[in-house]
Design a protein around this ligand. Structure first.
Ligand code: SF4
Length: 357
């Protein structure tokens, strides 16, 4: 992560006017951005801590004040079916509209901008930083980008003009109108399908599953590039009967071509008492998903496993070989298997020598 790329302001809040706000008949203001529908009083924040009412106006408190700026391979997000040149510039602000008990970034996500050290970076500063560093992708990553949607949209607009791709890594806990506004701006969506029952979302995430399912379907129907990730947590969402029902829903509603990543849990935040996910659980989930019809099922956070690679559904050949977040070799030409010609869905770089990366 960067320490000196821009001035750092501890506790800085923005006063940028928030969008997606409705005035209620009694004069209070309700946020329409996510299913939480917060109605904070003057001087208070919404559940996400990134938005609140100041001087009678619903305000984005984090616009232009990212608390994390980093450089990451897109495979870390995880994004396997959209090749980009080089790594991405990742940004995030303080706050989140969910409370995942296992959050790896809780030092930022479960804080308000008044509690984090923030960089002062306008949307053009972010894009110029990416251009200066010759990074051709910007990732809205680490915390939930929904809660800083005004900032994300302005960064994405400028990125488009500079021919820089954007990826939103999100829990998909967003209402349909603001989500629709992102379809023409964001190139790639990585959405967390964090569990397979409403009970899991209520107990471990602090939200509801149904809005996430609606967001997944909307992104798919809009024709945007979509990859899905599920972190499997021992004793929380690793019941394989519930998982199988989730896999059935996935194929019925998203089809067989959307890549689905099963990620290994590591003890963090409020779930430090649980063990890491055994590899066998990830492998079983992958097998169930494949049996249900998912063509591109991956395991992650577990380098060196069969599930890290892409296999051709036509002939079974390993067509993209990975180690951790690195692509070692590709056997695709224009996205087609070099052996049988099967077209693998996604966006693949063609200007790589001999199809190898
Ligand atoms: S985005 Fe934040 S303020 Fe708006 S409804 Fe969701 S949690 Fe509440």
């Amino acid at each position: 992560m960067f320490g000196r790329c821009a001035p750092v302001f501890a506790g800085q809040e923005s006063d940028f006017p928030a969008e997606y706000v409705m005035a209620l008949p009694d004069g209070r203001l309700q946020c329409q951005l996510c299913p939480n529908g917060c109605i904070p009083a003057e001087g208070e924040n919404g559940n996400c801590r990134a938005r609140g009412v100041r001087n009678g106006q619903f305000t984005s408190l984090v616009y232009g004040f990212p608390c994390v700026i980093a450089v990451d391979p897109v495979e870390k997000m995880p994004l396997f079916h959209y090749h980009v040149h080089g790594p991405a510039l990742s940004i995030s602000t303080a706050g989140c509209n969910l409370v995942c008990q296992y959050c790896q970034n809780w030092q930022f996500s479960q804080k308000s901008p008044a509690e984090t050290a923030n960089f002062a970076m306008s949307p053009s500063d972010i894009v110029l930083r990416a251009v200066d560093m010759q990074l051709r992708t910007i990732g809205f990553f680490y915390t939930e980008p929904t809660i800083y949607i005004e900032y994300m949209k302005d960064v994405a607009r400028l990125a488009k003009k500079s021919n820089i791709k954007t990826v939103m890594v999100t829990a998909g806990y967003i209402n349909s109108e603001p989500l629709k506004d992102l379809f023409e701006l964001i190139d790639m969506f990585v959405v967390g399908y964090k569990g397979f029952t409403e009970g899991f979302y209520a107990e471990t995430i602090g939200g509801k599953l149904d809005p996430v399912k609606k967001a997944l379907i909307a992104i798919k129907e809009a024709g945007c590039h979509l990859e899905v990730v599920s972190l499997l947590i021992p004793g929380k969402n690793d019941d394989m009967n519930e998982f199988a029902a989730g896999a059935e829903w996935f194929v019925k509603n998203l089809g067989s071509d959307v890549p689905w990543h099963f990620s290994r849990f590591l003890p963090e935040f409020l779930l430090k008492n649980l063990p890491p996910t055994p590899n066998g659980v990830l492998e079983t989930a992958r097998e169930i998903a494949i049996k249900a019809g998912v063509k591109y099922a991956y395991t992650g956070n577990n380098p060196g496993q069969e599930g890290n690679h892409t296999y051709c559904p036509g002939c079974g050949k390993k067509v993209v070989e990975r180690l951790g977040f690195k692509v070692l070799r590709s056997f695709l030409s224009a996205g087609k298997c070099q052996d049988c010609g099967y077209q693998i869905p996604g966006v693949w770089l063609d200007d790589l020598p001999n199809g190898n990366i």
